[in-house]
Design a protein around this ligand. Structure first.
Ligand code: DP6
Length: 325
C-alpha cells in the first residue's frame, strides 16, 4: 500500500556567475563557486510516496523510461539509502516551464525532488542539507532550494558536505527582471554534463578556474550594493568566458545559433541607448537578459522582433523550495 504522499515545489534558477566544471562528478562537486537568481513562475512540482509495488516515475503525466527516469530513480535510490528505507516509490514531477521553450528545468526538478523524496522517506532536512542533497541530483539544483540571489559554495571537503548554497538576497529584497529569448525549442545536443567534460580539454579552462574567485567577489559585492550595472557586467563576462572555453575545447562546443548572436548585439545596441540589460547564456542557444524592471518591456519587444526568436518570456525573482500537500 502507498504511504502518505509528499509534494514539494521549486523554481528554476539562472546563474550569473556560472558553474562550469566539476572537481568530483559522482558527487557533483563544482570546480568553482557560482551565483544565481531564482526565477518566479518557472518551476517543478514533485510528488513522492513510498510503498509502491515497484519504482515508478511519471514525468509531466507520462510514465517515464529512459535516461530522464533513470536519473530520477537513481536519485530516489540515494535518498532511500540515506533514510534506510526499503520500500519502492512512486515519484511524479510536473513542470510549469512551458513545453518546448528549450529551458532546462533540471535544477527545479532535483530541488523539488530532494524535498519531496526525503520528506516522504521520513527525513526532516533543513535547507542547507536539502541543498546538499539536491546538488547530488543536479549541481545547479543546490541553488534552487533558495529564492532570490543565491551563492553555491565550491567547498573544500572531498565528501561535499560544505558544497552547499546559501541565500544572498531574498526575492523581495531587490526587484530585477530576467527576459528570456527562446531561439530554439529543439532538445539540446550536448548536455551540460558532457559540455563540462569537454570544457576540461580546453586550454582556456585553467584561466576559468583561476579567475572564478574574482568574479564571485565582484558579483557578491554588487548584489549586496544592489548595483545592477556591476552585477550585469560580471554576469555577461562570466557567460561569455564560459562559452569561449567551448570554442577552444576538443572537440569544440558551440551552443549558439545565429539568433543567439543577434540577440547579444541587440542588447548591446540597446545599452548604448541607455537601456540597462546584460546578457547571459547557459548550455543552449537561449539568451537571458538581466535587466531593470523598467527596461524589461523594451528589451522583450526588441528581441521579439528578431528573426529566429520564437518566444520571449519575462520573469522576476522567485522563492525557494516549498513543501506541502
Ligand atoms: C550552464 O547543473 O545542469 O546552467 O551538475 O551535471 O546536472 P549537472 O549540471 P547542471 O549545469 C548547469 C550549467 C549551467 C550553469 C549554471 O547553472 O551554473
Amino acid at each position: 500500500m502507498l504511504g502518505a504522499e509528499t509534494t514539494a515545489r521549486a523554481n528554476v534558477n539562472v546563474a550569473l556567475v556560472k558553474y562550469w566544471g566539476k572537481r568530483d562528478s559522482a558527487l557533483n562537486l563544482p570546480a568553482t563557486g557560482s551565483i544565481s537568481l531564482t526565477l518566479d513562475g518557472l518551476g517543478v512540482e514533485a510528488t513522492c510516496a513510498f510503498g509502491a509495488e515497484s519504482d515508478r516515475c511519471i514525468i509531466d503525466g507520462d510514465a517515464a523510461a529512459g535516461p530522464d527516469a533513470d536519473r530520477v530513480l537513481r536519485f530516489v535510490d540515494m535518498v532511500r539509502t540515506e533514510a534506510r528505507v526499503d520500500a519502492r516509490a512512486r515519484v511524479e514531477t510536473r513542470s510549469s516551464v512551458p513545453k518546448g521553450v528549450g529551458l532546462a528545468s533540471s535544477a527545479a526538478a532535483f530541488a523539488s525532488l530532494a524535498a519531496a523524496v526525503s520528506r516522504a522517506a521520513g527525513m526532516r532536512l533543513e535547507a542547507p542539507a536539502l541543498s546538499e542533497l539536491a546538488r547530488r541530483g543536479s549541481g545547479s539544483a543546490a541553488r534552487s532550494i533558495f529564492g532570490g540571489f543565491v551563492e553555491w559554495h565550491r567547498g573544500e571537503r572531498a565528501d561535499g558536505r560544505d558544497s552547499i548554497a546559501e541565500p544572498l538576497l531574498a526575492p523581495g529584497d531587490w526587484d530585477v527582471r530576467m527576459v528570456v529569448a527562446v531561439t530554439s525549442t529543439a532538445r539540446k545536443a550536448v548536455s551540460s554534463g558532457e559540455g563540462m567534460r569537454r570544457a576540461a580539454t580546453s586550454p582556456l579552462y585553467p584561466a576559468w578556474v583561476e579567475t572564478a574567485e574574482r568574479d564571485l567577489a565582484e558579483a557578491r559585492r554588487a548584489i549586496a550594493a544592489r548595483d545592477l550595472d556591476a552585477v550585469g557586467l560580471v554576469a555577461e563576462h562570466s557567460a561569455l568566458k564560459m562559452h569561449a572555453i567551448g570554442l577552444a575545447a576538443r572537440p569544440p562546443l558551440l551552443y549558439w545559433r545565429g539568433a543567439t548572436v543577434d540577440c547579444i548585439h541587440r542588447v548591446w545596441a540597446l545599452r548604448e541607448e541607455g537601456v540597462r540589460g546584460w546578457v547571459t547564456i547557459d548550455a543552449g542557444p537561449q539568451v537571458k537578459v538581466l535587466c531593470d524592471p523598467g527596461d524589461a518591456g523594451r528589451i522583450a519587444a526588441a528581441l521579439r522582433e528578431l528573426p529566429g526568436v520564437e518566444r520571449v518570456l519575462t520573469c522576476g525573482p522567485g522563492g525557494g523550495v516549498e513543501v506541502g500537500a
